[in-house]
Design a binder for this molecule. Structure first.
Ligand code: SF4
Length: 503
């Protein structure tokens, strides 16, 4: 690995905060799979978004060209990131914005808390933001006596339910409307006690609850979907209009953004504004798109801050096989098509980033040796559906295989002793290296029949690998005669009337 310097000295190698799973994926998946209601909700939601996406993507004859253009723009941005960050900073500050550089989650949290305190307020409104989830900002602010109000409907449901998001785009995808009604009745002061689970009524209750916050908040906190280097512009795309209220009404706006969100040129937005809404919500264009460049007298926030977050992104960038994970535009198309995510849900991944992208991004940002994150690259069948769906062509299966290799290498002893798997692979290499070797192995195979029971199944084998296999499945007893022996007896020896018992 080569180090990548992006202008921030003494960078920590890996990210901290809510990037770390606290239990392995198989263990977490086991609890989650027991939740039948969640699986039903997820199946319904992911299939309907997936169908909408396929329909609108199919309308564009140049969809594949758009994907290639998006991938190329991101690759160019990552290849020239240090220079683009400097260019962005120059343009952003020239227009009245203030940039703060945060090496990790702790530093970002401290910066935001001190900016809020400077405004002499104890309340902030928030636009949905993965970066602030990643650093655990709400918990940090609460510890400092500052209350953060989520204003995106799904984030509000998650916050009021004292829950965690389970999907990048639809954080409350695991809740159905009757569960949402219960949360509102329990947690929302002044809510109508006759509230039903009609979606319109639920949305109106949330609207009334949030409106008071929008009008009184002095400070808003947002993430950003894009930052444009050649203009110093930030952009947020959203569906409910809550983002527009947060971005325009309060006096102070603090944005927390990962350094990888940078695009080189304003023209690049033409491509991404077609790719993102189609891939995320299955819409031709998203309902609210806000771009802002610096401060404008008497128009919108008068204090505009941007916290540029590393938190392991530089470490991911320095992995030449995995760095394209930073091209992600957080559309969530990969999780909506993933058969593993559809069954386990987002909580099983442990990190802020669930699904196929989380299975590569979290270990890249924390390092494959981070406790429990080393199981994430195995949370995939490698079917490739995520790669096909990704609007910026991130080859997720290839990175998963690369990270599995890193994981295996990281656990080898020094001096290296061959593992059980190494020995088995060596044996297989020898057996398949010539027909003569294979013949010898096949001669020994019938001995395996001794280990089989009366039902001709081997139920238990010794060792970690073979024993692990038979712990959850049986192996059929080997045939009395190998295929090659049968073939020889049928053809070479001219035996056409006997030897029909190929078994
Ligand atoms: S990896 Fe691709 S499909 Fe998945 S969220 Fe990121 S951009 Fe979307």
């Amino acid at each position: 690995m080569s180090a990548v310097f992006v202008g921030m000295p003494s960078l920590p190698a890996y990210g901290i905060g809510n990037l770390h799973a606290t239990e392995s994926f198989p263990d977490a998946a086991e609890h989650e799979l027991a939740n039948g209601q969640m699986r039903t909700n997820l199946r319904h939601a992911t299939h309907s978004i997936r169908d909408k996406r396929l329909k609108v993507v199919g309308e564009l004859p140049d969809w594949e060209d758009l994907r290639s253009a998006g991938s190329a723009a991101k690759e160019a941005a990552m290849a020239d990131l240090p220079a683009l960050l400097a260019q962005f900073e120059e343009n952003f500050t020239a227009r009245g914005g203030i940039i703060h550089w945060a090496r990790d989650a702790d530093e970002a949290n401290r910066i935001v808390a001190s900016l809020v305190s400077e405004q002499d307020t104890r309340e902030v409104v928030k636009v949905k933001s993965m970066a602030t989830e990643e650093i655990g900002l709400n918990d940090h602010l609460a510890a400092e006596g500052i209350e953060a109000f989520e204003t995106d409907l799904a984030e509000l449901i998650v916050q009021l339910g004292h829950d965690k998001p389970s999907h990048i785009l639809v954080p409350a995808i695991h809740k159905n409307r009757s569960e949402v009604r219960e949360i509102f009745l329990r947690e929302m002061p002044d809510v109508d006690p006759d509230l039903t689970d009609d979606p319109r009524q639920l949305a109106m209750a949330a609207r009334a609850h949030l409106r008071r916050k929008f009008l009184s908040a002095k400070v808003a906190i947002s993430g950003a979907n894009f930052a444009v280097a050649d203009t110093g512009t930030l952009g947020v795309v959203e569906s409910e209009g809550n983002g527009r209220m947060c971005l325009t009404l309060p006096h102070t706006l603090i944005t927390v953004m990962g350094i990888e969100k940078l695009l080189p040129r304003a023209e690049d937005l033409e491509v991404f504004m077609q790719l993102l809404p189609r891939s995320s919500t299955g819409e031709r264009m998203n309902p609210y798109t806000s771009f802002w460049t610096g401060v404008h007298a008497d128009d919108g926030p008068q204090n505009v801050h941007l916290v540029m977050l590393d938190n392991g992104r530089t470490a991911a960038l320095s992995d030449r096989y995995g760095r394209s994970a930073l091209h992600c535009i957080r559309c969530s198309a990969c999780m909506n098509v993933c058969p593993v995510y559809e069954r386990t849900g987002g909580h099983a991944y442990g990190s802020t980033y669930p699904g196929p992208i989380g299975a590569i991004l979290s270990p890249l940002m924390t390092g494959i040796k981070a406790e429990e994150n080393n199981s994430l690259p195995y949370a995939s069948s490698l079917c490739g559906a995520c790669f096909d769906a990704c609007p910026v062509k991130i080859n997720i299966p290839e990175i998963l295989v690369h990270l599995r290799g890193e994981d295996v290498d990281s656990r080898r002893g020094k001096p290296r002793l061959p593992s059980e798997m190494d020995l088995m692979m060596k044996g297989a290499q020898w057996a398949f290296s010539s027909g003569r070797h294979l013949n010898l192995v096949e001669k020994a195979l019938p001995l395996g029949r001794l280990a089989a029971g009366r039902d001709h199944k081997i139920k238990r084998l010794p060792g970690r690998l073979a024993g692990g296999w038979t712990a959850s499945r049986d192996i059929p007893a080997p045939p009395k005669k190998s295929f090659r022996d049968w073939w020889a007896s049928e053809h070479d020896a001219g035996d056409t009337g006997t030897g029909k018992d190929g078994k």
